[in-house]
Design a protein around this ligand. Structure first.
Ligand code: PSU
Ligand code: MN
Length: 305
């Protein structure tokens, strides 16, 4: 039996068959600074409740997988400096040795699936980093989407990445990339990109139906729902391009590698945009949480077979 601990609110939702939306914790510990990270985590949980679903923020604490955190646990995690960033490779070691840490998209998908949760909202997934042809830095999030049956609502992949290569890899892995309500792929802080989305759906009910159809077909793996940031909150891609390039140059000069790359770039973008990137990041996560609540609600009303 996996070492799961459910928060009381999640336990009650499970017993009543109510819709549940998983949330990750690396975005809290490594994606945003204190105290905005706690504000984001609480606000997003409340968005899911307002959407008629129950939030389950997932983290590893003292050797257990927590499915849903209490207010005190959330606050404590948000203030933890040097929390572990746990992906698929790290999960078992961290649990077996009684550690505490945050789950990435990949690890959150694994834990959500163990808990029977089918929908998960985040900001942006990890992907293929620029220069991956020499660094080989490709996020384990992509492989997880191919393996674990959870629909992930994100504003695409983070724009610090090589987006064309990221979507090529997802295509190779057979992951459905579904743009919500538009023909082009969103680019995290920006609504659109010049990449055409391979698939498009316009309603939460259709997304829920295709999630169920994958199960009926016996296909492992999830769906990536690429949900564009609201127009009023976006930062134009042209404004960001030189700042992203500068942050990447700095990362290379400082030999930032492996797990540290994404947190470094996000933190630098925060400074270089004078906080605008963080504001947009909050808006897009909230937007994803609202859509995820609607998908979870539709799934709760869609029969399993
Ligand atoms: N979305 C955000 N901010 C983040 C992340 C997602 O808006 O910080 C995190 C997720 O946990 C994702 C991770 O899995 O960044 C990607 O890290 P890497 O590139 O090292 O795989
Ligand atoms: Mn990486």
């Amino acid at each position: 039996m996996p070492p799961l601990i459910y928060a009381p609110e999640v336990l009650a939702a499970r017993a009543a068959g109510r819709p549940i939306v998983a949330l990750e914790s690396t975005i809290i510990t490594h994606g945003m600074p204190w105290p905005q990270n706690l504000d984001m985590a609480q606000t997003v949980e409340n968005d899911i409740r307002a959407g008629g679903a129950v939030p389950a923020t997932i983290a590893i604490m003292a050797g257990h997988i927590h499915i849903g955190l209490t207010e005190d646990q959330l606050r404590s995690l948000a203030q933890t400096e040097n929390a572990m960033k746990l992906s698929r490779a790290d999960l078992a070691v961290a649990l077996a040795s009684g550690r505490t840490g945050a789950t990435t998209v990949a690890a959150t998908m694994i834990c959500a699936a163990l808990a029977g949760i089918e929908v998960f909202a985040t900001g942006g997934i990890g992907g293929v980093h620029r220069g991956a042809e020499t660094s080989f830095d490709i996020s384990a999030d992509l492989q997880e989407l191919a393996a674990t049956r959870v629909s992930v609502v994100a504003a695409g992949a983070k724009a610090i990445l090589d987006l064309p290569k990221t979507f090529e890899v997802l295509e190779t892995l057979g992951v459905p990339v579904i743009a919500y309500g538009q023909d082009s792929l969103p680019a995290f802080w920006s609504r659109t990109s010049d990449l055409r989305a391979p698939l498009r759906l316009d309603t939460p009910e259709e997304i829920a139906a295709s999630h169920r159809m994958r199960a009926r077909l016996g296909l492992p793996g999830g769906q990536l729902i690429a949900n564009p940031i609201p127009a009023s909150d976006e930062i134009p891609a042209a404004t960001l391009a030189p700042l992203i390039a500068q942050a990447i140059t700095e990362a290379e000069a400082q030999n930032i590698a492996a797990k540290d790359v994404t947190p470094f770039l996000l933190a630098r973008l925060f400074t270089l945009t004078q906080g605008a990137s963080l504001k947009a990041n909050l808006a897009l996560v909230r937007n994803n949480a609202r859509l995820a609540a609607r998908i979870a609600t539709a799934l709760a009303e869609t029969p399993l077979a």
